[in-house]
Ligand binder design. Sequence first.
Ligand code: GSH
Length: 211
Amino acid sequence: MKLFYSPGACSLGIHVLLEETGAAFEPVACNVREGANRTPAFLAMNPKAKVPTLLRDNGHVLTEYPAIAVYLARTNPHAHLLPTDPDAEAEVLEAMDYIVATVHMQGFTRIARPANFAPAHTTPSEADIEAVKTRGREIFAAGMDLFEARLQGRDHVAGDAFSVADATLLFVENWAVRAGYTLGPNLAAHFARMKARPAVQRAFASEGLTL
Ligand SMILES: N[C@@H](CCC(=O)N[C@@H](CS)C(=O)NCC(=O)O)C(=O)O
């Protein structure tokens, strides 16, 4: 198996989950800031030009963070990454989807890549860029506030154990800290709890990130 990741990108969450499973895999750097996701070779594998991309040993290419996370959880039941109880599973999937689809894609992407929200082949004005970033900060902050409240009195995002949702919250916590956003006390404690996990430490080291 090969994981195509960009250092510190959302693929970090999948990198952590792979480390949690103990499965054999090869991390392959695909730096999106340098355009490595737009090379003909990468586009031939994943025309969406996105990381995470998981290339399985049978040649099948799996994309979309939640699909990869559930696949890893279901193929590695010993790692207990996703509860089997339907209520607990729904809670984990709800949290993961909100983080990926809203906090990341609607929020942080507006802050980091505001030009993505302008029509293709146009140059947005400075005012348009600022407006997009402002909306992104609002969505991102609302998401972080929601998890700050949800983590009150609990160690993990959902249920009472580590799950795919915790690895997902980890990558936005990491972005938040690097962007100068102050984590609330519950998020800060969760981030510290995540960084104490050997699998997280291995993924950070592998991507050349400081803990
Ligand atoms: N919906 C995708 C989103 C993945 C995504 O947007 N990844 C970013 C990195 S955090 C990316 O590859 N961006 C490259 C680009 O937009 O050029 C998923 O869930 O995997």
